[in-house]
Structures are given as C-alpha cells and as structure tokens.
Design a protein around this ligand. Sequence first.
Ligand SMILES: [Zn+2]
Length: 91
Amino acid sequence: MLRLRLTRRRIDRQPLQAAHSAQFNTLLQSLAVPEAVTSGHARCKFCLTLIHTLDEVAAVFPDGGAVQLVCDKPACLLALADLVESRTDLM
Ligand SMILES: [Zn+2]
C-alpha cells in the first residue's frame, strides 16, 4: 500500500517538475534555497511542512526581509493566490 502511494505521488509530481524553468531554478539558487532544503530548514509558509526537494517548491516570495517558500499542495497555492491579491508589493 505504501509503495503504491509513493509511486502515485511520483507520477503526480511529474507535470510540476516539468514546469520548473531554468529561470526559476536560477532564482532558487540565488536565494540559497537549495542550501535551505538540503539542511532541512525549508518549510512551506502556509502548511509549515518540511520541503525535502527543490521540486516541491512551487513559489518563493519576500516577506518581512525573509524569503518564504510555498510547497506544491493545491491548498498552499490557493493561499498564495489570496496573499498576492492582498499585497500590492507582490504584483
Ligand atoms: Zn504548503
């Protein structure tokens, strides 16, 4: 059962991995996101889940002088959309 879930999860992630552009990866590198992920300190701003791979990072945005990460869960992407609507500095 666990194995089946892992396989399905991997398949579900493939479109998002393909969506990561070279430009987005360069941005992540410039913000030291890979280092945060490998050191186990990268958490989603909204669900607080630990982010284990760069492929799980769906977005980044500035917040109070820090760089916030957003994971690829639909609920977190919706929360980000709401935040962007309420903050003119993110437009
Ligand atoms: Zn999240």
